[in-house]
Design a binder for this molecule. Sequence first.
Ligand code: ATP
Ligand code: MG
Length: 397
Amino acid sequence: LPDEFEKARPVMQKIEAAGYEAYFVGGSVRDTIIGEKIHDVDIASSAYPEEIKKLFKRTVDTGIEHGTVMVLDNDKGYEITTFRTESGYQDYRRPDKVTFVRSLKEDLKRRDFTINALAMRENGEVTDLFGGIADIDKKIIRAVGNPNERFNEDALRMMRAVRFASKLNFNIEKETFNAIEKHSSLLEKIAIERIYVEFIKMMKGLKPKQGIDDMISTNMYLHVPLFADYRQQLSNISHFKNLNLNNEIEVWSLICFEFGLNREQISNFLKSWKASNEVINNTQTCCYALNAIQNDNMSDFLMYLTGENLLLEANYIASFYDCSIDNELLKKQYSSLPIKNKKQLAINGGILIKNGILKPGPMLGKALNAIEKQVVIGNLDNNTENIINFTKQYLKE
Ligand code: ATP
Ligand code: MG
């Protein structure tokens, strides 16, 4: 058993000793059986939240309304969720009612895919009611129960199917695939924030080609913002060899660059996906740098404005367009910049004011920007006296 499971055993044993059932469930069981590293440990139990709270001294109500209590043990937190069924799926979204049940089977039945519907006791004994292990061996994503019904209940599951196919390099089983194709338009009922999460995980997966191709062949791509007009570009992305994206900025930058979006279009596109302002800004900066790399006019000042992380991310995306700069060279060039940010300037507004060179106001900001640029491009040594002399000269002109 993985370390994370070993550490959780005393918690599980305590629940069992009190006469309830407790199982590891969800992604951690799947990943353990596949042999992947696990990240979060989810535990399901026949005990009701109040019963869990009576058993342990330290608990936190992290999601008590849907049955989740966090148990704190040895500086670790374990989310324990009461077995439950879900009902009243309206608008093809999450259920509005959950019912606590005592039966593991009921809990596993509501789960999305067979590979995600496995449960494991603290002693390692696995419950596999829907052939999840066989599907892991066959490397397929198969809905639990009737796929048409399951996607009608919650259309996000279609996006999750594609996500797991990419993440694990599995194929979507035929009937499940057909049901997605049939219901792809239901995706429009789902909050874009939830699609966003699955989409990014898909793109960061082992085989994004699989995920993108599935989104195209099921027509799912027609039902997420902007993709409908860019089928060819999406297909181009899916054909890049060794695509191994590390974060959402790389994902969005690649997409925006391939789609040929300008600054404003990037902003509109990412706003329709409800991306954060930080993500929008970083993607714009990354794409701008990417253009400069492609056009062979990356300058010291643009490197400075881009920052090292985004610069390297842009250069990674550039590699798919066969125009990247040697990474070591780029790092060396960046590290030789006289300063990396404004704070490293040997001057600031306060010093200029104290020395009677400038008064607070718009001119101060303008002068500081000019100073910053001259220092970055190497025209002006970064020492206070030098800069004061430069500023006096600058103000005369
Ligand atoms: P990851 O490794 O990415 O966390 P995961 O399988 O743990 O993958 P989660 O989104 O964390 O995925 O969900 C945990 C479990 O809850 C899933 O394995 C699945 O059993 C169940 N689940 C999550 N979302 C849904 C859904 N929309 N419909 C049905 N079951 C779901
Ligand atoms: Mg998980």
